[in-house]
Ligand binder design. Sequence first.
Ligand code: KIV
Length: 295
Amino acid sequence: MSKLGKGMPQAITVPGLRERKALGQRAVMLTAYDYPSAHIAEDAGADILLVGDSLGMVIQGRPDTLAVSLDQMVYHCAMVSRAARRSLVVADMPFMTYHTGWRDAVRNCGRCVQEGGVQGVKIEGGAKRADLIKAIVDSEIPVMGHIGLTPQSLHKLGGFKVQGRTADAAEQLLRDAAAVEAAGAFCMVLECIPSEVAREITARSGILTIGIGAGPHCDGQVLVFHDVLGLCDGPLPRFVRTYGEFGKQMREALTRFSEDVLAGRFPSEEEAFHLSPELAKRFGAKDDDAGSATH
Ligand code: KIV
Protein backbone atom coordinates (compact mmCIF):
# COMPACT_ATOMS: atom_id res chain seq x y z
CA MET A 1 0.00 0.00 0.00
CA SER A 2 1.25 3.50 -0.78
CA LYS A 3 2.53 5.65 2.09
CA LEU A 4 0.28 8.35 0.70
CA GLY A 5 -3.39 9.12 0.53
CA LYS A 6 -5.34 10.26 -2.51
CA GLY A 7 -4.21 13.58 -3.93
CA MET A 8 -0.81 13.34 -2.21
CA PRO A 9 2.44 13.37 -4.20
CA GLN A 10 3.71 9.99 -5.40
CA ALA A 11 6.04 8.29 -2.91
CA ILE A 12 9.62 7.70 -4.05
CA THR A 13 10.38 3.98 -4.35
CA VAL A 14 13.47 1.89 -5.05
CA PRO A 15 12.15 0.79 -8.49
CA GLY A 16 11.27 4.42 -9.19
CA LEU A 17 14.85 5.47 -8.46
CA ARG A 18 16.18 2.71 -10.72
CA GLU A 19 13.90 4.01 -13.47
CA ARG A 20 15.30 7.51 -13.06
CA LYS A 21 18.72 6.30 -14.17
CA ALA A 22 17.22 4.87 -17.34
CA LEU A 23 15.34 8.12 -17.93
CA GLY A 24 18.41 10.29 -17.24
CA GLN A 25 16.70 12.02 -14.32
CA ARG A 26 18.51 13.47 -11.30
CA ALA A 27 17.89 12.81 -7.61
CA VAL A 28 18.25 14.94 -4.49
CA MET A 29 19.35 13.48 -1.18
CA LEU A 30 19.66 15.29 2.15
CA THR A 31 20.52 13.97 5.55
CA ALA A 32 17.87 14.21 8.27
CA TYR A 33 18.06 13.09 11.86
CA ASP A 34 14.74 13.89 13.49
CA TYR A 35 11.09 14.73 12.82
CA PRO A 36 11.42 18.47 12.09
CA SER A 37 14.54 18.18 9.94
CA ALA A 38 12.90 15.38 7.93
CA HIS A 39 9.75 17.44 7.36
CA ILE A 40 11.75 20.46 6.22
CA ALA A 41 14.05 18.43 3.95
CA GLU A 42 11.15 16.58 2.37
CA ASP A 43 9.17 19.78 1.79
CA ALA A 44 12.30 21.24 0.19
CA GLY A 45 12.34 18.47 -2.42
CA ALA A 46 14.59 15.73 -1.05
CA ASP A 47 13.83 12.46 -2.84
CA ILE A 48 15.90 10.51 -0.32
CA LEU A 49 16.31 11.27 3.37
CA LEU A 50 19.52 9.69 4.59
CA VAL A 51 19.69 9.18 8.33
CA GLY A 52 23.45 9.61 8.15
CA ASP A 53 25.85 8.38 10.77
CA SER A 54 27.12 11.95 10.40
CA LEU A 55 24.67 12.39 13.29
CA GLY A 56 27.65 11.39 15.44
CA MET A 57 29.27 14.68 14.43
CA VAL A 58 26.44 17.17 13.87
CA ILE A 59 24.04 15.94 16.57
CA GLN A 60 26.34 14.32 19.15
CA GLY A 61 29.31 16.67 18.71
CA ARG A 62 31.89 13.91 18.15
CA PRO A 63 34.96 14.27 15.88
CA ASP A 64 33.89 11.35 13.64
CA THR A 65 31.09 8.85 13.02
CA LEU A 66 32.62 5.78 14.64
CA ALA A 67 30.84 5.79 18.00
CA VAL A 68 27.27 5.88 16.64
CA SER A 69 25.41 2.78 17.84
CA LEU A 70 22.72 0.71 16.19
CA ASP A 71 20.21 1.67 18.90
CA GLN A 72 20.88 5.35 18.23
CA MET A 73 20.48 4.82 14.47
CA VAL A 74 17.15 3.02 14.97
CA TYR A 75 15.96 5.84 17.27
CA HIS A 76 16.78 8.54 14.69
CA CYS A 77 15.36 6.50 11.79
CA ALA A 78 12.02 6.14 13.58
CA MET A 79 11.74 9.93 13.99
CA VAL A 80 12.61 10.59 10.35
CA SER A 81 10.27 7.86 9.06
CA ARG A 82 7.36 9.32 11.01
CA ALA A 83 7.80 12.59 9.13
CA ALA A 84 8.40 11.20 5.62
CA ARG A 85 5.38 10.97 3.32
CA ARG A 86 7.04 11.18 -0.09
CA SER A 87 10.77 10.73 0.46
CA LEU A 88 12.51 7.36 0.63
CA VAL A 89 14.21 6.96 4.02
CA VAL A 90 17.60 5.22 4.19
CA ALA A 91 19.49 4.17 7.34
CA ASP A 92 23.24 4.65 7.28
CA MET A 93 24.44 1.44 8.94
CA PRO A 94 26.84 2.39 11.74
CA PHE A 95 30.40 1.15 12.15
CA MET A 96 30.57 -2.49 13.35
CA THR A 97 26.93 -3.25 12.55
CA TYR A 98 27.82 -5.06 9.29
CA HIS A 99 31.50 -5.97 9.72
CA THR A 100 31.13 -9.16 11.75
CA GLY A 101 29.38 -11.37 9.22
CA TRP A 102 26.32 -11.37 7.01
CA ARG A 103 23.97 -12.82 9.63
CA ASP A 104 24.68 -9.96 12.05
CA ALA A 105 24.44 -7.50 9.18
CA VAL A 106 21.07 -8.76 7.95
CA ARG A 107 19.67 -8.77 11.50
CA ASN A 108 20.92 -5.23 12.15
CA CYS A 109 19.63 -3.90 8.83
CA GLY A 110 16.34 -5.63 9.60
CA ARG A 111 16.05 -3.68 12.85
CA CYS A 112 16.34 -0.42 10.93
CA VAL A 113 13.50 -1.55 8.66
CA GLN A 114 11.24 -3.04 11.35
CA GLU A 115 11.85 -0.60 14.21
CA GLY A 116 13.17 2.41 12.30
CA GLY A 117 10.67 2.25 9.44
CA VAL A 118 13.26 2.81 6.67
CA GLN A 119 12.99 1.56 3.09
CA GLY A 120 16.71 0.97 2.56
CA VAL A 121 20.14 0.87 4.20
CA LYS A 122 23.52 2.32 3.22
CA ILE A 123 26.68 0.22 3.46
CA GLU A 124 30.18 1.70 3.14
CA GLY A 125 32.77 -0.10 0.99
CA GLY A 126 33.25 -1.40 -2.54
CA ALA A 127 34.22 -4.80 -3.94
CA LYS A 128 35.03 -6.23 -0.51
CA ARG A 129 31.41 -5.63 0.57
CA ALA A 130 29.85 -7.17 -2.55
CA ASP A 131 28.89 -10.52 -0.95
CA LEU A 132 27.47 -8.72 2.05
CA ILE A 133 25.40 -6.34 -0.10
CA LYS A 134 24.03 -9.37 -1.96
CA ALA A 135 23.06 -11.09 1.31
CA ILE A 136 21.21 -7.98 2.52
CA VAL A 137 19.45 -7.50 -0.83
CA ASP A 138 18.54 -11.21 -0.81
CA SER A 139 16.86 -10.54 2.55
CA GLU A 140 14.59 -8.09 0.69
CA ILE A 141 16.30 -4.99 2.08
CA PRO A 142 17.37 -2.46 -0.58
CA VAL A 143 21.00 -1.33 -0.29
CA MET A 144 22.63 1.97 -1.21
CA GLY A 145 26.38 1.59 -1.78
CA HIS A 146 29.00 4.13 -0.70
CA ILE A 147 32.51 4.25 -2.17
CA GLY A 148 35.43 6.68 -2.30
CA LEU A 149 36.00 8.36 1.04
CA THR A 150 34.23 6.05 3.46
CA PRO A 151 34.30 7.90 6.81
CA GLN A 152 34.13 4.67 8.82
CA SER A 153 37.58 3.81 7.34
CA LEU A 154 38.97 7.03 8.83
CA HIS A 155 41.87 5.44 10.71
CA LYS A 156 42.83 3.13 7.85
CA LEU A 157 42.80 6.05 5.38
CA GLY A 158 44.69 8.34 7.77
CA GLY A 159 42.08 11.10 7.72
CA PHE A 160 39.18 12.51 5.70
CA LYS A 161 41.08 12.61 2.38
CA VAL A 162 40.12 12.71 -1.29
CA GLN A 163 40.33 9.16 -2.72
CA GLY A 164 41.11 7.84 -6.22
CA ARG A 165 43.77 10.38 -7.21
CA THR A 166 46.27 7.92 -8.70
CA ALA A 167 45.61 5.77 -11.78
CA ASP A 168 45.56 2.59 -9.66
CA ALA A 169 43.23 4.08 -7.07
CA ALA A 170 40.90 5.41 -9.79
CA GLU A 171 40.82 1.98 -11.47
CA GLN A 172 40.01 0.40 -8.10
CA LEU A 173 37.09 2.82 -7.69
CA LEU A 174 35.72 1.77 -11.08
CA ARG A 175 35.95 -1.88 -9.96
CA ASP A 176 34.30 -1.01 -6.63
CA ALA A 177 31.41 0.72 -8.37
CA ALA A 178 30.88 -2.20 -10.75
CA ALA A 179 30.96 -4.69 -7.84
CA VAL A 180 28.47 -2.70 -5.75
CA GLU A 181 26.09 -2.49 -8.70
CA ALA A 182 26.49 -6.18 -9.59
CA ALA A 183 25.76 -7.09 -5.95
CA GLY A 184 22.33 -5.51 -6.31
CA ALA A 185 22.64 -2.00 -4.84
CA PHE A 186 19.93 0.38 -6.11
CA CYS A 187 22.17 3.46 -6.09
CA MET A 188 25.54 4.50 -4.70
CA VAL A 189 27.16 7.43 -2.97
CA LEU A 190 30.47 8.65 -4.40
CA GLU A 191 32.27 10.63 -1.72
CA CYS A 192 35.31 12.87 -2.20
CA ILE A 193 36.71 11.54 -5.45
CA PRO A 194 37.98 13.43 -8.50
CA SER A 195 35.25 14.72 -10.77
CA GLU A 196 36.66 12.83 -13.78
CA VAL A 197 36.48 9.50 -11.96
CA ALA A 198 32.92 10.20 -10.78
CA ARG A 199 31.94 11.07 -14.37
CA GLU A 200 33.33 7.77 -15.66
CA ILE A 201 31.62 5.74 -12.90
CA THR A 202 28.34 7.55 -13.60
CA ALA A 203 28.65 6.88 -17.34
CA ARG A 204 29.33 3.16 -16.83
CA SER A 205 26.81 2.61 -14.06
CA GLY A 206 23.26 1.38 -14.51
CA ILE A 207 22.24 2.78 -11.11
CA LEU A 208 22.10 6.35 -9.85
CA THR A 209 25.31 7.85 -8.49
CA ILE A 210 24.88 10.41 -5.73
CA GLY A 211 27.88 12.62 -5.20
CA ILE A 212 29.31 14.46 -2.24
CA GLY A 213 32.59 16.13 -3.08
CA ALA A 214 32.56 14.18 -6.37
CA GLY A 215 31.88 16.99 -8.83
CA PRO A 216 28.93 17.85 -11.06
CA HIS A 217 28.68 14.74 -13.24
CA CYS A 218 26.91 12.46 -10.75
CA ASP A 219 23.20 11.67 -11.20
CA GLY A 220 22.37 13.27 -7.87
CA GLN A 221 23.94 15.14 -4.99
CA VAL A 222 23.78 14.87 -1.22
CA LEU A 223 24.80 17.28 1.52
CA VAL A 224 24.48 17.23 5.29
CA PHE A 225 21.42 19.15 6.53
CA HIS A 226 23.39 21.21 9.06
CA ASP A 227 26.03 22.18 6.45
CA VAL A 228 23.46 23.37 3.89
CA LEU A 229 21.76 25.52 6.51
CA GLY A 230 24.86 26.94 8.17
CA LEU A 231 24.01 25.43 11.55
CA CYS A 232 27.51 24.33 12.52
CA ASP A 233 30.46 26.42 13.63
CA GLY A 234 33.91 25.90 12.23
CA PRO A 235 35.41 25.40 8.80
CA LEU A 236 33.52 23.28 6.26
CA PRO A 237 34.96 21.13 3.46
CA ARG A 238 35.25 22.93 0.11
CA PHE A 239 32.56 20.75 -1.50
CA VAL A 240 29.89 22.14 0.86
CA ARG A 241 27.69 24.97 -0.36
CA THR A 242 25.87 26.72 2.47
CA TYR A 243 22.49 28.20 1.56
CA GLY A 244 21.66 30.05 4.77
CA GLU A 245 23.06 31.26 8.05
CA PHE A 246 20.48 29.73 10.32
CA GLY A 247 22.91 29.11 13.19
CA LYS A 248 23.51 32.87 13.32
CA GLN A 249 19.79 33.62 13.13
CA MET A 250 19.04 31.12 15.90
CA ARG A 251 21.72 32.64 18.11
CA GLU A 252 20.32 36.13 17.50
CA ALA A 253 16.76 35.05 18.29
CA LEU A 254 17.79 33.25 21.47
CA THR A 255 19.91 36.22 22.54
CA ARG A 256 16.85 38.48 22.21
CA PHE A 257 14.90 36.05 24.40
CA SER A 258 17.66 36.11 27.05
CA GLU A 259 17.79 39.91 26.98
CA ASP A 260 13.99 40.16 27.32
CA VAL A 261 14.00 37.81 30.32
CA LEU A 262 16.80 39.72 32.06
CA ALA A 263 15.14 43.08 31.36
CA GLY A 264 11.69 41.88 32.54
CA ARG A 265 10.19 42.29 29.04
CA PHE A 266 9.16 38.63 28.77
CA PRO A 267 6.48 37.49 29.38
CA SER A 268 3.99 40.31 28.88
CA GLU A 269 0.55 40.40 30.52
CA GLU A 270 -0.89 39.05 27.25
CA GLU A 271 1.44 36.07 27.43
CA ALA A 272 0.33 35.22 31.02
CA PHE A 273 -2.76 33.45 32.43
CA HIS A 274 -5.06 35.32 34.81
CA LEU A 275 -7.72 34.74 37.45
CA SER A 276 -11.22 36.11 37.01
CA PRO A 277 -11.39 39.81 38.08
CA GLU A 278 -13.22 38.86 41.37
CA LEU A 279 -10.69 36.20 42.33
CA ALA A 280 -7.80 38.36 41.21
CA LYS A 281 -8.85 40.97 43.80
CA ARG A 282 -8.73 38.34 46.56
CA PHE A 283 -5.17 37.61 45.53
CA GLY A 284 -4.10 41.20 45.84
CA ALA A 285 -4.78 42.65 42.37
CA LYS A 286 -5.53 46.35 42.25
CA ASP A 287 -8.65 47.64 40.42
CA ASP A 288 -6.46 48.67 37.47
CA ASP A 289 -4.98 45.18 37.10
CA ALA A 290 -8.34 43.37 37.24
CA GLY A 291 -9.56 45.18 34.13
CA SER A 292 -6.96 43.48 31.99
CA ALA A 293 -7.47 40.05 33.48
CA THR A 294 -8.50 37.31 31.05
CA HIS A 295 -8.00 33.57 31.18
O1 KIV B 1 26.66 10.09 7.16
C1 KIV B 1 26.38 10.81 6.18
O2 KIV B 1 25.79 11.88 6.34
C2 KIV B 1 26.77 10.34 4.87
C3 KIV B 1 26.52 11.21 3.69
C4 KIV B 1 27.21 12.50 3.77
C5 KIV B 1 26.74 10.52 2.42
O3 KIV B 1 27.26 9.25 4.75
